[in-house]
Design a protein around this ligand. Structure first.
Ligand SMILES: CC(C)(COP(=O)(O)OP(=O)(O)OC[C@H]1O[C@@H](n2cnc3c(N)ncnc32)[C@H](O)[C@@H]1OP(=O)(O)O)[C@@H](O)C(=O)NCCC(=O)NCCS
Length: 164
C-alpha cells in the first residue's frame, strides 16, 4: 500500500469533507456513495487527514451466465466494484491501488470467488484506456461477455481471488 494512505469505512457519510470530494466527481454523474445506498459499502482513503478517494462495491455478484469463461463459478458469489474515484490532485500516488487492494482483501474475506468491475465507459477513449491500464496494473483482465445475455452491454474486467 502507498505510504501514508489511511483506509476506512466512513461512519458519517454526509460529512462536509466527503461532500467536497464528491463534488469533484464527474459533472452530471451521481456517485452512489451516500446514505440512501446502504447496500454499497464505501471505503474512503485519507492522506494527511484529508479525504482523497473512495470506492463502493458489494459482494453479491452472481451474473456468471454473462461471462462464458466463468460459468463454472455458478453458485458462488463474486464481488462487484461499482465506483472508484481519486481526487485529481492525488492521482498516481498509489491511492487507487490501495483502495482496490483493500476491496480485494475484503472480497477474499467474504469468500467471493472473483472481483468484477465495470469500468466507467462514459468518458473519452483516452480516459477509458487510462482506467483500463489502471485495472490491468491491479491484475484485472478484460472479460469476454456473452452477447446473447442481456447484462450490462458494455465491458467488464475481472480478477479471480486467490484463496491460497
Ligand atoms: C483510475 C483512478 C482511480 C486511478 O487512481 P490513482 O490513485 O491515480 O492510481 P494509482 O496511483 O494507484 O495507480 C497505480 C497504477 O495504475 C496504473 N495507472 C494509474 N493511472 C493511470 C493512467 N492514467 N494511465 C495509465 N496507467 C495508469 C499505473 O500502472 C499506476 O502505477 P504507476 O503510477 O507506478 O505507474 C483515478 O485516475 C480516477 O479516479 N479516475 C477517474 C475515475 C475513474 O476512472 N474511476 C475508475 C473506474 S469507475
Amino acid at each position: 500500500m502507498a505510504d501514508g494512505v489511511h483506509l476506512y469505512h466512513p461512519e458519517l457519510r454526509q460529512g462536509p469533507e466527503l461532500a467536497e470530494l464528491l463534488a469533484g466527481w464527474k459533472p452530471g454523474k451521481t456517485a452512489s456513495l451516500g446514505p440512501p445506498t446502504p447496500n454499497l459499502p464505501a471505503t474512503v482513503a485519507e492522506v494527511d487527514g484529508r479525504l482523497v478517494g473512495f470506492l463502493t462495491g458489494h459482494h453479491r455478484f452472481r451474473h456468471w451466465e454473462a461471462l462464458p469463461d466463468h460459468r463454472g463459478l455458478a453458485g458462488s458469489h463474486g464481488s462487484w466494484l461499482a465506483e472508484l474515484f481519486v481526487h485529481p490532485a492525488h492521482r498516481r500516488a498509489g491511492v487507487g491501488a490501495a483502495l482496490v487492494s483493500h476491496f480485494i482483501d475484503e472480497s477474499v474475506a467474504a469468500g467471493a470467488s472473483m472481483v468484477v468491475v465495470r469500468p466507467d465507459a462514459s468518458d473519452s477513449g483516452v480516459e477509458q484506456t487510462a482506467r483500463q491500464c489502471f485495472f490491468l496494473a491491479q491484475g484485472f483482465v478484460v472479460l469476454r461477455l456473452d452477447p446473447d445475455v442481456r447484462f450490462l452491454p458494455e465491458w467488464l474486467m475481472g480478477r479471480p481471488n486467490d484463496h491460497g
